[in-house]
Design a protein around this ligand. Sequence first.
Ligand code: HEC
Length: 136
Amino acid sequence: MYKNILLLLILSSNFIFSCTNQNKEVVSEGTLGTLEHNDEQTAKSAETKEKTEALGVTLMQQSDCLACHHQNQELLGPSFRSVAQKYESSAKNISYLTEIISKGGVGVWGQVPMPAHQTLKRSDVEEMVKYILAVQ
Ligand code: HEC
């Protein structure tokens, strides 16, 4: 009986020891993994941002936006920088501006109206807005 308990103790201490050991390894692997993952994510989000910018610009070049809007100069419409300063890039603002661009707007920046753009796809207009709101 006594021998059995001793055996059990030895076994369980061994078990606990190996468990702790394993845990440590898992933790350090986990940390490393997270670090690498973070790096990857940063790279990915930078890449996504670049893609969004490129897409937003291309779509605006294909439409008529740049005839009335400039990055940092007021033309017929407000500069993209002013728009970005006025609205933070939130889901609510993106959806509001997408709507305005599609339906046309007047009276926010002055009395010159912006024509409607109803033939543009909503998702395309959203890309444009995301680009505009990121202008610094
Ligand atoms: C004919 C000129 C013209 C064209 C073309 C035009 N805009 Fe505008 N845009 C304006 C004017 C003028 C305003 C200001 C309207 C106002 O005061 O409410 C404006 C306002 C805006 C605003 C801010 C809206 C607000 O309520 O604050 C955004 C964003 C915008 N335009 C994006 C675009 C995009 C994207 C395109 C292309 C799809 C485009 N515009 C095409 C003239 C134009």
